[in-house]
Design a protein around this ligand. Structure first.
Ligand SMILES: C[S@@+](CC[C@H](N)C(=O)[O-])C[C@H]1O[C@@H](n2cnc3c(N)ncnc32)[C@H](O)[C@@H]1O
Length: 247
């Protein structure tokens, strides 16, 4: 465990990347690290607080990374169908609660309160979302990586938006990934309904959204801190500026 209060102690997320990341099965690209750190630091600088959550955590590879960005004593919540794979309609990886628990015990922060919810994310009631926000949120970082159909992804983006803390960031996996066209279609439908979040960064298959009031600041900070290679280009998506890093 990293003691972030100790001067010169490495960040918990660097420790995870060095010691645990490669041992946890899942779909997160190693090159995502500087983007996560940049956003975590930006939120800290701006005084943005909140917890972390993920819909679709598989074996916990990204969940542990999100938890590494929490303040000591913070809450990390994973929602997945886990063993009820009949609700995983497109077979986007079969989540396992045992594997998540094992990986969190082996590589996760010990000063974080983890909680696991076995549920079909597309069937959450309004009350369930309110209870999630009240008991475990609101969320400063919310990853959407569950079932990749258009229906599930759209529902999950709406859940993330409803449970988000002011200045919180939604991180959607597999946008514009040809294997998962439902994700891309869902973003078009979500953004077409004029949400109160807007995309500002695309990197390593993940699309990042923040509340419209924070968008200009987050975009400028990403351009200033992350537009370092030829792979980065300024684009516009759904009327919002996005720093796009590809491949
Ligand atoms: C691509 S994997 C997630 C990968 C993970 N984020 C990582 O860090 O590697 C998709 C996950 O979504 C879960 N899932 C599928 N359908 C779901 C549903 N309807 N509700 C909640 N979770 C679901 C699967 O069990 C699986 O664990």
């Amino acid at each position: 465990m990293t003691d972030s209060a100790t001067p010169n102690a490495p960040d918990a997320i660097d420790v995870y990347w060095a010691d645990g990341f490669n041992h946890v099965e899942g779909w997160v690209q190693a090159g995502l690290l500087p983007y996560l750190k940049h956003i975590g630091l930006l939120q800290k600088t701006l005084g943005i607080t909140g917890e972390v959550a993920e819909i679709g955590c598989f074996h916990g590879k990204f969940l542990i990374a999100l938890a590494a960005l929490l303040a000591p004593g913070g809450k990390a919540t994973a929602l997945d169908v886990f063993e009820d794979q009949n609700k995983n309609l497109d077979g986007a990886g079969a989540g396992s609660l045992d594997m998540v628990r094992h990986n969190v015990a082996a590589y996760g922060r010990r000063d974080v309160d983890y909680h696991y919810i076995a549920a079909d994310s597309s069937a959450l009631t309004s009350l369930a979302k309110i209870e999630l926000t009240r008991d475990r949120g609101p969320f400063r970082l919310f990853s959407v990586d569950g079932c990749h159909t258009v229906e599930h992804t759209l529902a999950d983006l709406q859940t993330a938006q409803e449970c988000l803390a002011p200045g919180g960031v939604i991180i959607l996996d597999d946008y514009m990934q040809p294997h998962w066209p439902g994700v891309t279609q869902a973003v078009s439908l979500f953004c077409g309904a004029v949400p109160r979040v807007a995309p500002f960064l695309y990197a390593h298959h993940k699309l990042f959204f923040v509340g419209v009031g924070w968008h200009a600041h987050f975009l400028a900070a990403c351009v200033a801190g992350l537009k370092t290679s030829d792979a980065a280009r300024m684009t516009t998506m759904f009327g919002s500026g996005v720093l796009t890093v590809y491949p």
